[in-house]
Design a protein. Structure first.
Length: 342
């Protein structure tokens, strides 16, 4: 007969390969059971892995609460992986919640903890995450240094294939930001050659690769068709605000027209929270662009060829700024348009 604590520990062990393979619903059930039944250090570990999953779901407040005990480093050597993942994904959750300073501080703590515990297989991960945060803060040169450092770690044998793939994908995004589409394609080709076998969180790496590749193909096809375009890194409303400011126009966005994923609908339904998150969350690997009505059919054909759906979400008119409108044309209030760099 198994005691409840033993059942909880077994559930946690069974959940990890499912989470790593992208079966989040199955992993969530098992980790919830583990968290409810485990005791002592095993409960801290179960909470940590559930927190990692919550971070992947962008449920940042829950993630931070669950990750906090293991991130303190009070769990023994046998729980090193859970402790380090707690630190790493605490930083990830802080970044998603819009607290970059807190995120960068946690990533520094992670790197110090890897050195203290002498576990080189975990090296470089927080450096790459920090590069992602810095790029979203506008510190693109410093971010580039971080990603290149991580790629060197991986190529020298000090890191995993997952680390190399993550760095290459981030470097591809950097190339896109700089308008170097050929450079982005080269980085993505390098990453694609490594995406094989049993990768930890390989589903996320494959998803990111596919999304960047598709948007890269569409970006090339939009040459001569779009009047303005950029990638959504700061948040849809924030980035459209950049276009409006440079072009000296007003952009009206129809809230109901903004695409919302099945995952977002599952978490927040059709609520005001769902609309706000769709309109203001960043790092979406999506393109936002404006184009004249005469380009509609060529753009739809280009999007179909690239395998990327496009959605018309608003219109450009004389004026200034960008506003989110409900079905009746009344402006919706949002607390912030996206990332604040300074």
């Amino acid at each position: 007969m198994a005691f409840p604590a033993d059942v909880g520990l077994r559930s946690a062990r069974n959940a990890l390969p499912r989470h790593g393979a992208g079966a989040l619903a199955a992993a969530e059930l098992l980790l919830g059971e583990a968290f409810a039944l485990a005791e002592g250090a095993d409960r801290v570990t179960a909470a940590a892995w559930l927190g990692v999953l919550r971070s992947h779901q962008s449920r940042t407040e829950e993630a931070l609460s669950l990750l906090r005990p293991a991130a303190r480093g009070q769990v023994g050597v046998e729980h090193t992986a859970a402790t380090l993942h707690s630190l790493l994904f605490s930083g990830h959750a802080h970044a998603l919640a819009g607290y970059p300073a807190a995120a960068l501080d946690v990533f520094s703590r992670y790197t110090a903890e890897v050195e203290r515990r002498q576990v080189p297989r975990f090296a470089g991960r927080a450096v790459n995450f920090a590069g992602w945060v810095l790029r979203n803060l506008g510190a693109s040169d410093e971010a580039l240094d971080h990603h290149q450092e991580v790629l060197e770690i991986a190529r020298s044998g000090g890191g995993s294939a997952e680390l190399a793939i993550a760095a290459l994908e981030d470097l591809a995004e950097h190339c896109v930001d700089r308008g170097d589409l050929d450079g982005a394609a080269a980085r993505l080709a390098e990453a694609a050659a490594l995406i094989q076998g049993d990768l930890v969180f390989g589903w996320r790496l494959e998803l990111k690769h596919d999304m960047i590749s598709g948007r890269l193909a569409l970006g090339r096809a939009l040459r001569g068709l779009a009047s303005a375009r950029l990638d959504v890194s700061d948040g849809l409303m924030a980035d459209l605000g950049h276009i409006a400011a440079v072009s000296k126009v007003h952009i009206a966005v129809e809230a109901a027209a903004i695409p919302r994923s099945a995952a977002l609908r599952a978490l927040w339904g059709e609520s005001a929270e769902a609309i706000a998150r769709a309109a203001t969350s960043g790092d979406d690997y999506e393109l936002a662009f404006t184009a004249p009505a005469s380009s509609r059919e060529p753009i739809l054909a280009a999007a179909a060829a690239a395998g990327v759906p496009v959605t018309e979400i608003g219109h450009v008119e004389p004026g200034e700024g960008v506003h989110l409108l409900d079905e009746t044309g009344v402006e919706l209030s949002i607390l912030r348009s996206g990332w604040t760099h300074f």
